[in-house]
Design a protein. Structure first.
Length: 388
């Protein structure tokens, strides 16, 4: 039998700010942080709005790659916020997540680092991220690395939730990081048709005048602590459920019927009282394919109920494997204060009739939020969060 599992602390760094408080201020002000980038020399596409971290300080360090350094910084702050003792840190379980890992080291573009041959050092392995966190924080419990594309962070959270809820792990730390602002990496996304070709930051716009055409990339590092109800510590929200499935369809595209999105979200919806769901945070990448097939699948999963959508990527950019955990961390912090943010002004609601959350929403104990993430290759993940 699963015990109740709670998010007890989070830390976030993204274009909205390099600490949680800055990010929450931006959400309250309905302010996005994307701006035209001139920092991608050699890119074979026009400048696009991107979500760069406001400071590079989190990324720098001599021992590890940039993504690993950012993960260590976020994890250190989250554990401090959670108030874990040295012994609690030592016994905790750790889950890392990233889609592209230390891509800057692999591509050799991080000028502040010593040159590295590909695959000759730990910086070129995705697993350096949780290894670095474990080493620097003294975590002796097992660590795992999840790299499921853009669903990586949400899957890592779900796996940690299962381990803690089943009593296998005394507590868990989940970290996710992606730093995709690398010209060669974005060029690949551009050539596969996933990167925005027009810079329009409106993920559900499918009309002929100004349709969405792809995602706008962003950087992020995020950490979340999970604990059972026996600690007596303050709780941000309860993680109610995690579900995952796959489309088994295509390496890039979602099928016209939405693939596994409907079933994945429906499982999260039905994990509690469906009538208590007050918002749904979609994946909403901004690709035209996603804009056309995701909203109808969500509406079916909700049995036609017009639950407002709360896409956060227009404010943060698409942070790839960190995006799901970043959204959860921001939502959990807001829920703990009794509110949910409004979407960025001027966004287009999906044509299926689901509304956007156009004004800050007050929430009370028992209110529920569902978060969806989808990875390339058709992997879907969803979690249900509840206000405590």
């Amino acid at each position: 039998m699963m015990e109740s599992v709670f998010i007890t602390a989070v830390e976030t760094a993204c274009v909205l700010g390099v600490q949680l408080e800055d990010c929450l201020t931006a959400l309250r002000e309905r302010r996005g942080g994307l701006s035209l980038s001139a920092c991608l020399p050699g890119a074979g596409f026009p400048p696009l709005p991107v979500g760069a971290l406001p400071s590079r300080t989190l990324l720098k360090g001599r021992r590890y790659g940039a993504a690993s350094n950012a993960a260590v910084q976020a994890a250190t702050t989250a554990i401090r916020r959670a108030g874990w003792s040295a012994e609690e840190i030592r016994a905790s379980w750790l889950y890392g997540a990233s889609s592209r890992g230390n891509a800057g080291e692999i591509m050799g573009v991080n000028a502040w680092r010593r040159p590295l041959r590909k695959f000759s050092a730990s910086n070129t392995m995705h697993c350096e991220i949780p290894a670095a966190v474990s080493i620097e924080l003294g975590i002796r419990g097992p660590w795992q690395m999840v790299s499921n594309g853009c669903s990586s962070g949400l899957d890592a959270l779900g796996m940690a939730w299962m381990a803690v809820g089943a009593g296998l792990a005394p507590r868990a730390l989940v970290v996710a990081v992606d730093l995709p602002l690398i010209a060669a990496l974005l060029q690949d996304f551009h050539e596969t048709g996933l990167l925005s070709s027009n810079g329009i930051n409106d993920p559900f716009a499918t009309g002929s005048e100004r349709p969405t055409s792809g995602f706008l990339p962003g950087e992020a590092a995020v950490a979340v602590t999970l604990e059972r109800d026996t600690t007596g510590r303050p709780k941000l929200c309860r993680v109610e459920h995690y579900s995952a499935n796959s489309d088994a369809y295509d390496a890039l595209r979602i099928p016209a019927d939405g693939g596994g999105i409907e079933d994945c979200v429906r499982a999260a919806v039905q994990a509690g009282e469906p009538g208590k769901i007050v918002a749904l945070c979609p994946h909403a990448t901004g690709t035209l394919n996603h804009a056309q097939v995701e909203p109808p699948a969500l509406l079916r999963a909700l049995d036609g109920k017009k639950v407002p959508l709360l896409p956060l990527k227009p404010q943060t950019g698409h942070t790839l494997g960190a995006s799901g955990l970043l959204d959860v961390a921001l939502l959990a912090a807001c829920m703990a204060d009794g509110w949910l943010p409004a979407v960025l002004p001027g966004l287009t609601p999906p044509s299926c009739g689901l509304p956007l959350n156009e004004a800050p929403l007050q929430v009370t104990a028992g209110d529920r939020v569902v978060k969806l993430a989808s990875g390339m290759g058709g992997h879907n993940a969803a979690v249900s969060l509840a206000v405590v």
